[in-house]
Design a protein around this ligand. Structure first.
Ligand SMILES: [Zn+2]
Length: 283
């Protein structure tokens, strides 16, 4: 699933190619793409036709385009892509929604092979769309307060990785960046949050920000060629991953083979030496 750096890469592309333009018409090709828009596909199309898009914004893994006081909210799910291109190009079978613009320039296509992604129009949602108001600020927002997050994290009494993935505590972090940040901070994923010292939490939050900065600089991580920017190009942070997806390969710091554990129906990757398992583990 795309995490903050991949979604931010898409947001930047939208800001560059779509902000400041006026929608001519919207065509929903698959109703599932707008299943979270309660009034249905026809209402979604009508609500957006003729609207000018102001700016592309993001919180965690969600992004939205503001239009006056309203917002067009999108989540990419597992395989969603927002692609900008010439209107004459062929329509791929996975295109779910097409946005045509008044200037006749490049259109915007929401493409989603596995259809877990979705879009909805949120009246009054320009600043922060209602459906995502419960999500915590991500590490790139001015509202993100590392001191507050550290205190809430230690109060959770859960495993540190589970806490990092909890979008109501801090948003934008998924499996990849959680594992990479924990490795950088030298912390095992099953460390009980209440046993973390303040310096350990600070180190971890700094590591989250560092690894995301580095991923953003190269367009994010693309694992199965589905995470692309608005021009359809993949990022290449997968080449710089230290532990994620690297079972049995040597740790970049100490050479010990990377270990994979089952975790929440997925995996956790650690270096057994750099990230010692706690005596009392929490999942
Ligand atoms: Zn190591």
């Amino acid at each position: 699933m795309p995490e903050l750096p991949e979604v931010e890469t898409v947001r930047r592309g939208l800001d560059l190619h779509v902000s400041g333009r006026t929608i001519e018409a919207v065509q929903v090709l698959h109703p599932r793409a707008v299943r979270r828009h309660p009034a249905g596909p026809a209402d979604f199309e009508a609500a957006l036709a003729g609207r000018s898009l102001d700016a592309a914004r993001r919180r965690g893994k969600y992004l939205w385009l503001s239009a006056g006081e309203d917002g067009l909210l999108a989540h990419l799910g597992m395989s969603g892509q927002l692609l900008v291109g010439e209107p004459e190009r062929p329509l791929s079978p996975h295109v779910r929604v097409v946005f045509a613009f008044k200037d006749g320039g490049p259109d915007l296509r929401f493409t989603d092979q596995r259809t877990f992604g979705h879009m909805c129009f949120v009246p009054g949602g320009a600043e922060l769309p209602g459906p995502i108001a419960h999500i915590a600020p991500d590490p790139y927002e001015a509202a993100f307060d590392p001191g507050v997050v550290a205190a809430r994290l230690r109060a959770r009494r859960t495993g540190i990785k589970r806490a990092l993935l909890d979008q109501t505590l801090v948003s934008g972090i998924g499996n990849i960046y959680a594992d990479e940040a924990l490795w950088r901070a030298g912390l095992h994923w099953a460390r009980p949050t209440e046993t973390l010292s303040k310096p350990e939490v600070s180190r971890l939050l700094a590591a989250v920000r560092d690894v995301m900065d580095e991923a953003l600089a190269v367009g994010g991580t693309s694992f199965d060629a589905l995470y692309v920017n608005v021009n359809g190009e993949s990022g290449y942070f997968d080449r710089a991953l230290a532990v994620y997806g690297r079972e049995h390969l040597p740790c970049a710091r100490c050479g010990t083979p990377v270990r994979r554990d089952a975790f929440m129906n997925r995996s956790s990757y650690t270096c057994p030496r750099c990230q010692p398992r706690p005596r009392r583990a929490r999942y």
